[in-house]
Design a protein around this ligand. Sequence first.
Ligand SMILES: C[S@@+](CC[C@H](N)C(=O)[O-])C[C@H]1O[C@@H](n2cnc3c(N)ncnc32)[C@H](O)[C@@H]1O
Length: 287
Amino acid sequence: MKYRHSFHAGNFADVHKHVALLALVSTLEQKEKGFLYLETHAGRGAYDLGNAAENAESRTGIDRLGDDVSSEELTRYLGVVRAFRARQRNPRAYPGSPLIVAQALRPQDRAVLIERVATEAQALERAVAEYPRVRVECADGFERLRAYLPPAERRGLVLIDPPYEESRRDGERAADAIVEALRRFPTGVIVVWYPIKHARDSESWLAALAPRISREALVSELWLYPRDSRAALNGSGLLIVNPPYRTDERMREWLPQLCRHLDTRGTGGTSVRPLISAAGKKAPGRG
Ligand SMILES: C[S@@+](CC[C@H](N)C(=O)[O-])C[C@H]1O[C@@H](n2cnc3c(N)ncnc32)[C@H](O)[C@@H]1O
């Protein structure tokens, strides 16, 4: 396996995913009852963007965000990144999704983080050692998903974030994982990240998935390059099944703002649209 998230940490796709994730956790915490956060592809948790050779991608991501962000979601995310950097005493440290969530958990919440590569899982153990409500497992996240669902709390957020090294296979496994997660836990909030290399491919992946999901589902996309250009990664997509109340409304405010910060060439854009509307019907076209 060649994929190492260190090369991509803090890039525009990470920022998109992590702002959305933190916003979802904050919404879940508006209710007192605890929840399970389950992540199938967790990575090593903490990254150092100080190594310029490894981390050039953060220049199109976190490095473009400064004090001029305005929405509450972007401000909260930047606050988490800055607090992490202060704790690490490293101005170039970057928190992966496990740490973005771990620092937000309350005593009644818990997290299970799955990572298949042993060295990454060991680093993750160290990165979350200070959080007693967080457990790390070194295993295949697609395989282990079903072992944790439904959670005893009957509230939960699942993040499925594969590397897409083998794009088609990870896409198929991610789609099957969503269907299986919903079969076991129909009310769970399930978030899947997908790459936009060519819009035609991501659109057909979504179209094939839609009839297999009978719950409300929201698509959130951010692209920095035209979605049919030959850049390695043109855009970042999130499918959010069972989105909490007002997720779409809030996202329509913060996502275009995020795009304005990241898109310095004027070739980018955003889309927030239902894949399946709240009424359970497949929504027509793009919104
Ligand atoms: C995109 S990275 C995760 C990034 C992380 N979610 C974040 O946002 O900070 C994908 C991770 O999945 C791991 N991985 C690959 N295949 C896996 C599998 N089948 N099960 C669990 N982890 C896997 C890789 O080693 C890599 O660390």
